[in-house]
Structures are given as structure tokens and as C-alpha cells.
Design a protein around this ligand. Sequence first.
Ligand code: IPM
Ligand code: MN
Length: 341
Amino acid sequence: MVGGAVCGYRHALMAHRIAVIGGDGIGPEVTVEAVKVVRAAGVDIDTEDFDLGGGRYLHDGEILSDSTLDELRHFDAILLGAVGTPGVPPGVIERGLLLKMRFSLDLYINQRPFSGTAPGKSESHEFIVIRENTEGSYAGEGGVLRKGTPFEVATQGSVNTRMGVERAIRYAFELAASRPRKHLTLVHKTNVLTFAGDLWERTFNEVRTEYPQIATAYNHVDAACIYFVQDPQRYDVVVTDNLFGDILTDLGGAVSGGIGLASSANLNPARTGPSMFEPVHGSAPDIVGTGKANPTAAILSAALMLDFLGESAAADRIRSAASVPTSGTTTEIADQIAARL
Ligand code: IPM
Ligand code: MN
């Protein structure tokens, strides 16, 4: 049988092929548990481990070669723990591995769901941030002149294309349309970033005419920081650019039970290659091997992966099992979640 000829029935017949990049620090500890929980939910996955990250880089210099990237393209999804090791200069692994995957695999949506009750609030919130994931300040435009001299100049541009902005905004409208509240907030800084902000705002207003059923709002990013803390219930779906989304989603995690619970999906909705799923937290080298790492964010990221692979029922079961407060070591927490499945 030719692979792909039966694609409509594919997951009934074959295991999902998952590339696992444990990465550095607590990354491998939490991905092992996430894989365990996915299997406990009854989903058939074939995993292959890829030794990538700061540790590998220090060992033999590989960050993410084009041939490794080509191998990754053949998987149904990538599950990533965390990358970053002391001793590797900032940016090397972030740009060379994480951003290279986001850009090369065209993972143009970074979807981060948040739910919980913010500190000091009595009402709970539930919202999703859609972060544009391939452009903005992350595109790497800029450079440095006369480095190390008193006349040094550093520029760091923000790249915003109509295509990139529009596809993120369209995705967010579609997501909002699928949810009961049908509400979408654009977050930017149109009062200062007048070039990029104008492109975002015009595109948002144009696409909005195709979704009359969606109520919309606009917040400047600084105001959104206040609302995330003081009134997060106002949000349903939020769409924003790459850097604002990076910062806001840490804040989203902080008001939703902590970054140890924050999950994320780096999606290629066009499905021209695998999507990548990772907890928002970092490699936390200070707690490696102590059993203190909370695997919940990795487990919830694996649930997002299952949603994208057409296994939403199992994903929902995992989310509900993970929503019961759990304590203990990394393995104990995962075992308790697995036992509830
Ligand atoms: C995240 C992380 C990354 C980002 C870093 C590690 C490059 O903070 O996924 O939010 O800035 O996107
Ligand atoms: Mn971040």
C-alpha cells in the first residue's frame, strides 16, 4: 500500500509518528512523561528521539543541520521539551534550533491556551492567545556596526508582511468562530508602531468584514498587560505579533496557575509539514534531576498535539485528568494523571 493513498483513514490504521526533542535541562524529563501519558490515553504513537539542544551543540557542534531538518519533515508532529544550557551564548540555540524549526517548517501560528483564576480574582478565565510565529522582531532583520566602539550602532527591525499578518489574523477569526463566545481582540501598539500597527489594524478590519458574527476589540499591548492581570475574563481569543505574543503569554501563564502549566502549539495549519508542540517554560537547569519539574505543561502540549492529529477525544481526556490538582515529583504527577485515564 502506498503511504498517503489511504490518508483519510490514516490514523485508524497507523501509529502517529512523533519526533521527540527532549532538549536540555528538564526538557527530557518532562517529554518522557508526556509520551507516557499519551500512550496511557490509548493513542498509538511511534516515537523517535532526536538529541538536539545546547548539550548536543557543546558536544559536537550540531544545532540543527539541514539533513536533520529534512528528517524531521517526515514526522507527523514534533514534541519538544526545552532548549538552553548554561555555557552556550544567548541566541545560539534559540535561533539555530527553535526559531529555525518555526521558520523552516512554516509554523506560523503559536497557539497558547490559558485557563485558571488570576491571583486575587474570584471568577475564572479561559482564553487563547494566537501569536504570529514567523515574522516581527524575530525575523532577524538588523545588524551591528562598529561593534565594541563608542560609535557602535545596533538595529533590530520588525518584519510584517501582509501575507504573514493576514494568515495569523484569519486563523484567529476562524478559531473565534468555533468558540461559544465568538470574541477576538487584536493587541498591538498602533499609537507608536505606526507602520506595522497600521498594517495589522487595516488587515484586522478587512478580515473582520467576513466574520460579522465575531465581536472584536482592540487593546494596546501595555493596556493588555493590565487587563491580563486585573480582568482576564474579558478575553476569548487574542491575536498579536510575535514579540508582544511572547511577552503576553508569559504573563498569561503567570495569571493562570504558573508557567509550569502553560502549553503551546507551533502550528503549520496548511499542513505542509509537521507542527511542533512545546511547553512554554524553559530548561530550568537549576532543578534538573531533582524531580521538581512539573510535567503538566508538557502533557498539555502533547494534548494540543493530539488535537492537531485528529485525536481530540483523547486530548480532552488528558486535559480533564490534568485539571485535577496533583502534587509530587515529575514522575508522580504524570503517573497520577495517567492513572485517571
Ligand atoms: C517562547 C520562548 C522562545 C521565544 C525563546 C526560547 C526563543 O520564550 O517560546 O516563548 O521567545 O519565542
Ligand atoms: Mn517566551
